[in-house]
Design a binder for this molecule. Structure first.
Ligand SMILES: *[C@@H]1O[C@H](CO)[C@@H](O)[C@H](O)[C@H]1NC(C)=O
Ligand SMILES: *[C@@H]1O[C@H](CO)[C@@H](O)[C@H](O)[C@H]1NC(C)=O
Ligand SMILES: *[C@@H]1O[C@H](CO)[C@@H](O)[C@H](O)[C@H]1NC(C)=O
Ligand SMILES: *[C@@H]1O[C@H](CO)[C@@H](O)[C@H](O)[C@H]1NC(C)=O
Ligand SMILES: *[C@@H]1O[C@H](CO)[C@@H](O)[C@H](O)[C@H]1NC(C)=O
Ligand SMILES: *[C@@H]1O[C@H](CO)[C@@H](O)[C@H](O)[C@H]1NC(C)=O
Ligand SMILES: *[C@@H]1O[C@H](CO)[C@@H](O)[C@H](O)[C@H]1NC(C)=O
Ligand SMILES: *[C@@H]1O[C@H](CO)[C@@H](O)[C@H](O)[C@H]1NC(C)=O
Ligand SMILES: *[C@@H]1O[C@H](CO)[C@@H](O)[C@H](O)[C@H]1NC(C)=O
Ligand SMILES: *[C@@H]1O[C@H](CO)[C@@H](O)[C@H](O)[C@H]1NC(C)=O
Ligand SMILES: *[C@@H]1O[C@H](CO)[C@@H](O)[C@H](O)[C@H]1NC(C)=O
Length: 300
């Protein structure tokens, strides 16, 4: 059939007219104001900002992060359903420079894992916008300044590892109070000072691993820490803590395997409640000011 029947010609003309009008409308509106941000474009912009801030001597980003198909870029994982970044992961890849605040725009991110990578500068508070993040690992860099208070907004966080950096300042009172799923926290080997906030662990029932060793923390350790049903590993060694250890028959650490308090200024009696921790394998209390006989120092 060469000619369309009249009944279908009118809708086609109408359709063309509508398309022409909408094209004029959209071109005029895009010239007057920026188009609404497409999430995928925002992710691309965040990744390019991340790349632009880092010196990359092995050329990992320079050679691989080219074009715009970021879902094929090394270190980037995207959702199966849409081009949105869900994980950004580099380990032992030298990336010299600081983290850009734009990373806080990766709104689908659930894993940020940049370890042993020579990062410097401070942790951007904008990371507190990553509402879906579960694993935040930045250990083994040279990050400095204090831990941003805004990280306390990461309510889905399960693992936080900021160990082996040069972080200073105090731990924010609300760092973990809205993290009910937190299983692992390591802030070890930094230069964190001040007290551990007394309520830090009052709402972390899933905690299995706490490592705050090798800082200059002081004051008592929070009582809530001695009453955690899933806790397996607890280290406060090599700090400046004082006070007594509140573990007796009223507290409960049924899963505890490792307990390090060495090199502090704890006083009072050795916590007898430890005798009821049936899985305890490694513990070290040496170099403290306990009244009882202090066991020989053997950190195992
Ligand atoms: C967003 O932009 C990307 C790349 O520019 C495009 O592939 C995708 O279809 C856009 N998505 C939406 C929902 O507009
Ligand atoms: C980047 O690396 C990924 C994974 O190794 C690879 O599939 C991709 O082809 C690389 N892209 C470029 C432009 O080299
Ligand atoms: C983070 O990176 C380390 C080292 O590459 C890897 O072993 C680990 O599985 C990664 N974790 C996640 C949650 O991707
Ligand atoms: C992303 O984040 C940066 C810095 O936090 C901001 O300047 C930028 O406007 C944000 N939005 C988009 C769409 O890139
Ligand atoms: C970069 O980081 C690696 C791993 O942490 C470390 O061995 C290396 O000394 C660092 N390089 C510099 C120049 O800081
Ligand atoms: C956490 O998020 C809330 C709401 O978005 C905001 O008002 C608050 O300032 C954030 N807290 C921090 C410490 O950034
Ligand atoms: C945290 O980082 C330290 C230092 O690299 C590492 O030894 C430890 O296994 C990490 N723990 C977790 C649970 O990520
Ligand atoms: C902590 O501070 C001391 C004194 O400023 C410094 O010598 C040391 O290297 C710092 N340690 C870390 C892990 O940043
Ligand atoms: C320990 O936790 C249990 C259950 O959450 C609670 O009933 C008990 O009072 C706590 N004991 C102490 C000494 O805080
Ligand atoms: C440790 O605490 C004592 C007081 O108990 C204080 O004099 C000393 O300066 C502290 N050391 C550090 C490294 O903070
Ligand atoms: C246990 O708690 C009860 C009630 O709070 C208290 O009377 C008792 O002295 C506590 N026992 C120990 C050993 O602290």
């Amino acid at each position: 059939m060469a000619v369309a029947p009249p009944s279908s010609r009118i809708p086609i003309i109408t359709l063309l007219l509508v398309l022409a009008i909408s094209a004029v409308y959209s071109s005029s509106s895009s010239s007057s104001s920026p188009a609404p941000a497409n999430g995928s474009d925002t992710d691309l912009a965040a990744l390019l900002a991340f790349k632009s801030q880092l010196a990359d001597p092995h050329g990992v980003l320079a050679d691989n992060w080219t074009g715009t198909s970021f879902w094929h870029w090394v270190g980037v994982t995207c959702s199966r359903r849409r081009p949105r970044v869900t994980a950004l992961s580099f380990s032992a890849t030298p990336l010299f420079g600081s983290l850009v605040p734009h990373l806080g725009n990766l709104s689908f991110l659930s894993v940020l894992n940049i370890t042993d990578a020579n990062l410097t500068g401070s942790i951007p508070p904008e990371l507190g916008k990553l509402g879906r993040i579960k694993y935040l690992r930045l250990e083994g860099n040279s990050l400095s300044s204090s831990i941003p208070t805004a990280l306390g907004n990461l309510t889905r966080l399960e693992l936080l590892n900021l160990s082996y950096n040069q972080l200073t300042g105090q731990i924010s009172p609300d760092l973990c109070t809205h993290m009910p799923k937190l299983e692992t926290i390591s802030l070890a080997a930094n230069n964190l000072s001040g007290q551990i906030p007394p309520y830090l662990f009052n709402n972390t029932p899933s905690l299995q691993y706490i490592h705050f060793g090798y800082n200059i923390l002081s004051g008592p350790i929070p009582e809530a820490i001695c009453n955690m049903s899933l806790l397996q590993y607890m280290s406060f060694g090599h700090n400046n803590f004082t006070g007594t250890i509140p573990i007796n028959q009223n507290y409960s650490l049924p899963m505890l395997q490792t307990f390090h308090l060495y090199q502090n200024k704890f006083t009072g009696r050795i916590p007898l409640g430890l005798a009821s921790c049936q899985y305890l394998e490694h513990f070290s209390l040496c170099y403290n000011l306990f009244l009882d006989i202090v066991p020989l120092c053997a950190v195992t």
